[in-house]
Write a protein that binds this ligand. Structure first.
Ligand code: FDA
Length: 391
């Protein structure tokens, strides 16, 4: 089979389908080439099956990229409100869970069905289950060779995502393709990922299953959310968020009492001198966690028997408890990838390569990573839309 299109979009994920929808609406003939048999696999497993499809607090400072300004144009031209209007136009019921995170009431399947419907309504074509053997460019057209034949188009959009969750078939295909055409790639690494503990921190692994509201800290970045101890180390939203800012070898810190004033242990000693130290910690923390922290601090007994100096040191440690993760759980467990096709290679207006006219990259394949909470989909929608306006 040999076919001609205005543009070929590689990958029927969040970004690819949004791009196809918008380009189709503009009268462009687009082909979405997808490796797997069904579109939108990551959308289906997202948000625990309910898809946290956007965040109403979307703003450029919620994204990590070598160029933090890169996201501004696309995010301002396709907003969380725009995506919500699309969701509502399809009659999909939704709710805000917490921190501006919007989820389907029903299932993530509704978002996939909505996108497929929009692409088809706009005249787009899907080629599913395609094994891409090669992509070439003859100076005018891009050609994709698959088991079904050769597809050609003057424009090619890389929307194949990042390598997180390889068991779903995710690979670094986008980066290989970008490099093939001379585009630079910022070293990819796992993000929004649980961190592992070893050595001195092993005691905390005994707390597997215990969770607590904390502030996780890496450098100047802080996230106030729940942290969860696991049999391998640390997880939960606060840790997933901070993992994006953590580099191997660095330490992070946890404030176990983010709501307490600086001198709270000394105040408690004055006001409740007979209170047992461990019980005081357990007022705000799960009992097992309070016991481990008291043990690590080597503080026990009634507050009146504990010297002010030791309580002061304990206050400081509890507000900035250091952990040096031995690593992360890697791409196997990472929700997204940090790094990717360098933003310096792309126009922030159109997502087109500056060196290679006709070549575009969108979504997770690009060096843009959002916080946890619907921001990554909003980037996929916004970058897909910007590209769909341009191709
Ligand atoms: P995406 O991965 O969606 O799509 C890429 C497509 O390209 C896939 O269909 C893939 O099969 C295809 N492909 C890959 N290689 C190919 C090849 N060689 N040829 C052809 N096709 C190829 N984000 C968020 O905002 N809210 C949330 O609730 C969640 N939840 C969540 C849960 C879990 C478990 C994960 C792993 C991730 C999330 N995310 C999330 C992140 C979100 O899923 C991610 O940011 C987007 O799916 C990225 O969209 P893309 O379209 O860029 O890639």
């Amino acid at each position: 089979m040999t076919d001609r299109y205005d543009a070929m979009i590689m990958g029927a994920g969040a970004a690819g389908m949004m791009c196809a929808m918008r380009a189709g609406q503009r009268g462009k003939r687009v082909l979405v080439i997808e490796k797997t048999a069904k579109p939108g696999a990551k959308i289906l497993i997202s948000g625990g099956g309910r898809c946290n499809f956007t965040n109403i607090h979307t703003a450029p400072d919620r994204f990590l990229s070598a160029n933090p300004h890169f996201v501004k144009s696309a995010l301002s031209r396709y907003t969380a409100r725009d995506f919500l209007s699309l969701v509502e136009a399809h009659g999909i019921e939704w709710h805000e869970k917490t921190l501006g995170q919007l989820f389907c009431d029903g299932s993530a399947r509704q978002i996939v069905d909505m996108l497929v419907d929009e692409v088809e309504r706009a005249g787009g074509t899907f080629a599913l289950g395609q094994d891409i053997a090669s992509i070439s460019h003859d100076g005018e057209n891009y050609a994709a060779q698959t088991q079904d034949g050769i597809f050609t188009a003057p424009k090619l959009v890389i929307a194949t995502g990042g390598p997180s969750i390889p068991k779903m078939g995710a690979t670094g295909f986008a980066y290989d393709l970008a490099r093939q055409f001379g585009l630079k790639v910022v070293e990819p690494r796992p993000a929004l990922v649980p961190l592992t503990l070893k050595g001195e921190d092993l005691l905390f692994r005994e707390l597997s299953g215990v969770s607590s509201d904390v502030t996780a800290i890496a450098g100047k970045t802080r996230f106030r959310e729940a942290a969860l101890f696991t049999h391998r180390g640390l997880s939960g939203p606060a840790i997933l968020q901070i993992s994006s800012y953590w580099r191997p070898g660095e330490s992070i810190a946890i404030d176990f009492f983010p709501d307490r004033p600086a001198d709270w242990l000394l105040t408690a000693k004055r006001e409740q001198p007979r209170r047992m130290f461990r019980n005081l910690l357990a007022e705000a923390l799960p009992e097992r966690l309070a016991a481990v922290l008291a043990e690590k601090l080597e503080l026990d007994g009634p507050l009146q028997e504990l010297a002010d100096k030791r309580l002061r040191a304990a206050q400081e440690r509890l507000a900035r408890w250091p952990f040096t993760p031995s690593g992360s759980e890697g791409f196997a467990k990472a929700e997204v990838t940090i790094g990717g096709i360098a933003t310096a290679e792309l126009s922030s207006q159109t997502m087109e390569s500056k060196k290679r006219p006709g070549l575009y990259a969108i979504g997770e394949a690009v060096d843009v990573t959002g916080w946890l909470g619907g921001y990554n989909f909003q980037w996929a929608w916004a970058s897909g839309y910007a590209c769909g306006e341009a191709i």
